[in-house]
Design a protein around this ligand. Structure first.
Ligand code: NAD
Length: 253
């Protein structure tokens, strides 16, 4: 039956940066669909752990600072030692730095590019090799942005990194579809999280943004739960290289 294809029982999902915000929402959605969660966080993730415990599936809480690719081999090893396998990778961890392009610093460039695109690529590479070695279908879901499609303002490294994430989603899909690896992405619109707190706190920007969203409201972490379960499940096995906007209609304007 078609609804059974959306179930994730028996699957292991590694979700990066899920102590809060969109990552937490997606980890909980995947757990509710039946997955065992391997939560990867740099910071304290007690709130997520408490919520995962309430859902009741097994879960594993791992620590890693994803600002460098050096942590990847250990991280994958730890995940496999805890959960025995990975079936789904959600590359959600991300940061943003805001400053005028005329004075934007190299540090703000490198820090953002490292987490949002370099680690995204090399963690995907490591997990893809695990899928191929096991000869099983695997899912990789990257978290893109409206700035995977648009220029943005005062966030040059974020725009570059999220445009890279979109390009890499397509590249990895092209190369790895032959191994039954589905690489796709979600591009959230303007969502109410810590990441967007500074623009929500700016009355003029917040009003201008809201007036352009056809749905009439900022998105919530829970709005990503349906799309992430779809992309993580067998219901999306013929999807490769898609970048699904979940944006209240923002891109349609
Ligand atoms: P958030 O700041 O609440 O969450 C970001 C997560 O990434 C946190 O868990 C944080 O700890 C983690 N992270 C950051 N640097 C890390 C590092 N070095 N190592 C490990 N973890 C690290 O923001 P959010 O809005 O929930 O963002 C989640 C993702 O969604 C990000 O990739 C973001 O770019 C993207 N996104 C957000 C919006 C939005 O409107 N909020 C829109 C489009 C895309």
């Amino acid at each position: 039956m078609i609804l059974d294809n959306f179930k994730l029982n028996g699957k292991v999902a590694m979700v990066t940066g899920c102590n809060t915000g969109l990552g937490q929402g997606m980890a909980l959605g995947l757990a509710e669909a039946g997955a065992t969660i391997v939560a990867v966080n740099r910071d304290n993730a007690e709130d997520t752990e408490k919520k995962l415990k309430e859902i009741g599936n097994p879960y594993f809480m791992l620590k890693a600072d994803l600002s460098s690719i050096d942590v990847i081999p250990n991280l994958v090893q730890e995940a496999l030692a805890s959960a025995s396998k990975i079936d789904i990778l959600v590359n959600n961890a991300g940061i943003i730095r805001r400053d005028d392009s005329l004075v934007f610093s190299e540090k703000d460039w490198d820090d953002v590019m490292n987490v949002n695109s370099k680690v995204l690529f090399f963690l995907s590479q490591a997990v893809a090799n695990h899928y191929i070695a096991r000869k099983v279908r695997g899912k990789i879901i990257n978290i893109c942005s409206m700035l995977s499609f648009q220029g943005g303002i005062r966030v040059p490294s974020y725009t570059a990194s999220k445009s890279a994430a979109a390009g890499l989603t397509r590249l990895m899909a092209n190369e790895w579809a032959q191994y039954n690896i589905n690489v796709n992405a979600i591009a959230p619109g303007y969502m109410d999280t810590d990441n967007t707190a500074p623009i929500m706190a700016d009355p003029e920007r917040a009003k201008a943004i809201l007036s352009r969203i056809p749905a009439g409201s900022w998105g919530l972490a829970s709005d990503l739960q349906g799309p992430i379960v779809f992309l993580a499940s067998d219901a999306s096995n013929y999807l490769h290289g898609a970048i699904i906007p979940v944006d209240g209609g923002w891109l349609a304007r």
